[in-house]
Design a protein around this ligand. Structure first.
Ligand code: OGA
Ligand code: MN
Length: 216
């Protein structure tokens, strides 16, 4: 049996600023969910941006590895991605990037993480798309410290699949939580600590996935 999908109790009870709450959770259990991290309108604008980029043909099959070992591995992951340019963000990205910047500063202040920047991409998992269990740092590259995944399907329903399965104890595969990719929800966790996977989606699953990272 695995534990029921209950997130850890929100550290900083009564804390209303989600950024402060997330920083406290990352210092404690190391992972958290923030529902309504973006409003439905902000989430909808990001979903529209993601769909428009896809219409333009700007997405590529996601690959695995770094440098010369980068390759297509459809048996490991089936999403399509489009990297964002944080230097010239589309207007729809600004509310999210502002909040992530505040999170970066809060984590540096409270945990001294020395986070340098955010990197991220829009991802679309088509029906049947999944991502096998993995950690977010490949082959010794350890500059990704905090994974942030923002979900963009405003009308996600149980049965649509595509849950993020987070193994809360890397040593014990039975200890895990399944997170529904509901629009506006942010999942944040320490990249090195939590193996995770994306279960097969049954319809297009949209997200904005990224990392707070150290200077290379
Ligand atoms: C990733 C990843 C999780 C998700 O892109 O590395 O694990 O829920 N994404 O989309
Ligand atoms: Mn991952």
């Amino acid at each position: 049996m695995h534990e029921p999908p209950t997130p850890p109790p929100p550290p900083g009870e009564g804390e209303t600023d989600p950024v402060t709450r997330i920083a406290a959770a990352l210092a404690g259990p190391g992972w958290c969910l923030a529902e309504a991290f973006l409003s439905p309108a902000e989430t909808g604008a990001l979903a529209a941006e993601c769909r428009a980029l896809r219409e333009e043909g700007g997405f590529r099959h996601a690959r695995i590895g770094v440098g010369a070992s980068l390759r297509l591995r459809p048996e490991i992951r089936g999403d399509r991605v489009r990297w964002i340019d944080p230097a010239a963000p589309a207007p729809a990205l600004r509310p999210y990037l502002e909040r992530i910047e505040r999170l970066r500063l809060a984590l540096n202040e409270t945990l001294w993480l020395g986070l340098f920047e955010f990197e991220g991409f829009f991802a679309v998992y088509p029906p049947g798309g999944f991502y096998a269990r993995h950690l977010d740092n490949f082959e010794g590259a350890r500059h990704r410290l905090v994974t942030c995944v923002l979900y963009l399907n405003g009308d996600w329903a149980p049965g649509d699949g595509g849950e993020l399965r987070l193994y809360t104890d890397g040593e014990d595969p039975a200890r895990r939580v399944d997170i529904e990719p509901r629009g506006g929800t942010l999942a944040a966790f320490l990249s090195e600590r939590f193996p995770h996977e994306v279960l097969p989606a049954r319809r297009d699953r949209l997200s904005l996935t990224g990392w707070l990272r150290l200077r290379e």
